[in-house]
Design a binder for this molecule. Sequence first.
Ligand SMILES: Cc1cc2nc3c(=O)[nH]c(=O)nc-3n(C[C@H](O)[C@H](O)[C@H](O)COP(=O)(O)OP(=O)(O)OC[C@H]3O[C@@H](n4cnc5c(N)ncnc54)[C@H](O)[C@@H]3O)c2cc1C
Length: 234
Amino acid sequence: MAELSQPATVLSVTDLTPHVRQLVVNPKTSRISFQPGQWVSLKLPVGPKPPLNRAYSMADPSSPYGELTLVFDRVSGGLGSNYLYELRSGDEVILSGPYGNFILPQPLDRELLLIGRYTGLVPMRCLLKQMLFSKIQTPVLLIALAPNENEVLFHQEWLTMPLQYPSFRYLPLVAQNGESEAVEKTLAMLAPLVKGQPKVAPMLCGTKAFVRPLRTFFTEKGYDRKEVKIETYN
Ligand SMILES: Cc1cc2nc3c(=O)[nH]c(=O)nc-3n(C[C@H](O)[C@H](O)[C@H](O)COP(=O)(O)OP(=O)(O)OC[C@H]3O[C@@H](n4cnc5c(N)ncnc54)[C@H](O)[C@@H]3O)c2cc1C
């Protein structure tokens, strides 16, 4: 059954970094129940053939009030993200959902290895907040890539997370020369962590140029494609 498209009111607009913004929106018609890792589709009144559909992952788990937290970067020349940057509190946006399968593997019987680049970290933030809230104690290693030092997302939050979640480890990396450098730096970290070790549960998110070579790394190390969860943004 098609998901209902409905208007949502923008409740707040917050800049997280110079190029990343958070919108909290409140669906007006019916509450959207979702699992961490899922996304909503926004129908934006721009482009040659409006609406322009763009997907955004939830950055916070379900709240009792039903509002959704979306976090996105301003893509240079990007129609969708630049439109979203014009929205102010009180404006409306049309959305539907939830969609997607980028959710925690079940059963979660291995260490979780989360690898995200830039806004590819958004669904991971949602997953981690839910794990913390549900007191799931599965060991987690998060490798977080940023395109430069001013664009490191959720850094303070993850630095302090081991205080509440002792089996959480956080490795932030900055790669200024695009996805290829980000892949290179990630692989340099991964090789010793994966070689000769028990299998982990990898979840990878970002653009295809980032995610696909990392998935290949895991399949070459003997992982089945289904054991490597991915979400690609383009
Ligand atoms: C399932 C799913 C979930 C997503 N969740 C998020 C999210 O939580 N936050 C978010 O910022 N984006 C997310 N995206 C991407 C988002 O839907 C848009 O593609 C992005 O905002 C760019 O749209 P645009 O119209 O501004 O740019 P377009 O004109 O469509 O240009 C996109 C180009 O910009 C580059 N680019 C830079 N940053 C991004 C980015 N974040 N996503 C995609 N392409 C990028 C790519 O090279 C791509 O080819 C998600 C995409 C999918 C498919």
